[in-house]
Structure formats: structure tokens, C-alpha cells
Design a protein around this ligand. Sequence first.
Ligand code: HAM
Length: 445
Amino acid sequence: MDVIVKRPNGTQDVTPAQVYKWHTIEQVVKDSAEQFGFKEIRIPTFEETGLFVRSVGDTTDVVQKEMYSVSATGDEGYTLRPEGTAGTIRAVIQNGLLNEAMPQKVYYLLSCFRHEKAQKGRLREFHQFGCELIGTASPAADADLIALAHSVLGRLGLDNVELHLNSIGCPECRAKYRQALREYFLPHREELCDTCKDRLDKNPMRLLDCKSEEDQELAKDAPVILDYLCEECSAHFGRVKKNLEIMGIRYTVDPKIVRGLDYYTRTVFEFISKDIGSQGTVCGGGRYDGLIETMGGKATPALGFAMGLERLILAMESRGNEFIAEKTCDLCFVTMGDAAAEKSVELAQLLRDEGYAVEYDLVGRKLKQQMNYADKIGAKYVIVLGDSELESGKAKLKNMKSGEQTDISLGEELCEQFAAQYYAMMMDTDDDFRKFVEAFSDGQE
Ligand code: HAM
């Protein structure tokens, strides 16, 4: 059947059958962020438009073409966040976190909205996992943050991802570089696309980001930012690279990485997957030492990155990587008659209180259809209850995988007997469970 109103172009539904992929990524990124000392922050979905204009920059594609600005009666001037950094930094300043122990380390998982041309890996609503490390100018922080992103990608099994690294210097280095770029492109002004003609005057570094083939060809011989770095920026970049080498993280210095947002200074980086086509950047980030002051906070150096969750999923799928399986039903009651149905409600309650995932018939189906349902939802065990089971106070516990049946009491011993069967089955069939139990019992000895 066709729905009357379809979902908007560039958005995605995640059905219950697919959500385990999201849960896998969310679990891995949270574990990794917390391992590096980051704590979660949650911020609003929309902010005052001026926040993004000030931070992301009014000459960027994001601000010029891609923002979803929302209005309700009498309530103008808000925009759905196109990224997470601006709102996070606003929240850090507004909640006084700059007065807390430094560095502050925060991470977020959130949806972003950009009005882009939708294609594989490029959506209008997408999701980011991001980390912001606030209150340190040390190059060790740049390398440590990159190590966190690297660790996430490694834990997701994404080993075909390359780290591209660059430094875009401080405002002083960049002023000289911009001038050099202008001088280089000016004789070719008429050959540039219309957007880049405009960029040449306002922000020539954006030219290096242009998607037009002709402009890319012209940009090939353009001056390179690394030749314009001042001594301090150059030393900073050298130290970042050194620390990455100490950690064994491979990188390619790529002067073309200028990033599409205006707040960056010094180190910028992207992790690019070779498995998912043209939208292969799974992670982007860098230092933004001037942003906090621009937004009204006390001058505080900071840096961060964000990963696109949809792109991580695409990359994992294309490599055939495993996702963590969802927990399925532990036990399903299959009943015949009203008395048995009532008993199943009572027993399910007992077992759920012990932490098991338990279901019983909610539709009023016949025995065979209830069995089919138990099979479909992947129930590990089934207990069939009818009048004779109620009378004897005993039933058969059926292991749905092996077909093996054992007697189980419907009285006080139910939970204990079920636990014993369940534990033995998990030790036999689930490697992770067995390893966890073994590691735990080693620790107890
Ligand atoms: P960004 O490079 O604009 O940086 O986005 C980060 C990541 O979000 C990209 O590498 C990509 O994986 C994903 N992404 C971006 N746009 C889309 C899209 N239309 N569809 C699907 N995925 C997308 C930022 O947003 C910065 N705030 C990152 C940062 C944090 N820098 C410092 N801290």
C-alpha cells in the first residue's frame, strides 16, 4: 500500500529490523569517547540563526545555501542545526563550563540538517557523533583527539579509511596565504565558476573546495598553505605529526583539506573511506582557537571532530563488518485456554522482574500461530501451557534452537530452574557471554 504523504527527500527511516546497526555504532562511539574522558552533552535541535552565521561563517555553502530556517508565528530567526559544534560551544559558554576544570571534553550524538542535493551518503537530515576538546592549545591534544577518532574507526572494523591531515595556520598565516591565492587565481578569474568568482573576493580558500572540474584543474597548481605557515604554526603541526607517529597512526599530509566551515585554525583533518564512493569523508574536524571568543566566551583554544553515522554504516556494510546483534526474546509462552493465558501473564511478570525478555500471546491466536510467532521473533525458549500443565504445576521448556525439552516447575522454582537452563545454553552457544563469564570468574579467584 502506498502512503499518502511520503518522507521528505534526503531523509531516512530506520526500521526496527535495521536499528541494531545504529545501536552498534552508538555503543562503540560512546564507549570510545568515555574511554578518552569525554562526557555527553545534549543541545537543542534549533538555535538562533545568527549563531551559525557567526561561527560556521557567512561565506560558507552551509550558511549561504543549506540552512533550514524555521519560523512560527511571531517566532522568526531560528535555524535547524546544520552541525553540532556551534550549539555545543554556545552551551559550554552559557552554562559556565569554561569556568570548570580544563580541558573540558564533551561529546554528542545528534541529527543535523542541510539542504544539499541528496545522494548516497549525502542526506538532508543526517546524524553526527562529535567530540569537542576545549581549553588546550597543546598539539598533544590534536593528536589525542585524532587518536580517539582513529580508535572509533578501528573498533568499527573500518581499516580502509585514510587520515588526511593539514594545517591552515593562524589568521596571520592565512592572510598572507589568501593574498597569494588571489594573485594566483586573478588572471584566471573569467575561467572560474560564478560561485568561485565571488569566493575570489570574499574567501579565496573556499575555491580549493569547489566541486567544478575546471576549477579543480586550475587549483592543482595553486600555492599551498603549508608554505605560508608562521614558525609557531609550523612547529605546532610538526608536533601533531610526531605524536601521531609515536601512536603508530598513519596519515597523509594533504594541503587540499581546507574544510567547509570558517571557524578552523591550524590543524584540520578528515578520515576518508575508499569503500563508499564520492561521499567518502566519514569524519572531519580540526582546531578552532578563535571561535569561543568570537561567540562571546573568554578566549579559549579548542578543537573537535564529527563523524557522519549514516556514512559509518555504509562503510561497515560495504566491508561486510559485523554489527552487534539485538537482544531477542528469551522466552515466549504459548497458551491454550483462558486459564493458561492468565497464568502466562503472571509467570511472564515474574521472569521479566528477573531481567528476562518474555512475551505471551496478545492477539488471541491459536496454538500453531502462537508457535509460528515465537519462531519468527527468534524466541530462545518456549513454554506451552494448557489445562494439564496447570493441573500438574509442571511444563516443558523447549529450546527452540536444539529442539531439546526439559521439565520446568510453574511454581516458586520457575525462575531458578529457568536461570540454570538459560545459563547452560548461553555458555554453550554464545562466545561473548562465555568469555565474559570466564573473565569475571578469573577476576574473582
Ligand atoms: P563536517 O565536515 O561538515 O564538519 O561534517 C562532519 C561529518 O558529518 C562529515 O565528515 C560527514 O561524515 C558527515 N556529514 C556532513 N554532511 C553530511 C550530509 N549531508 N549527509 C551525511 N553526512 C554528512 C562538521 O560538521 C564540524 N562541526 C565537525 C567539527 C566538530 N569540527 C570541530 N568539531
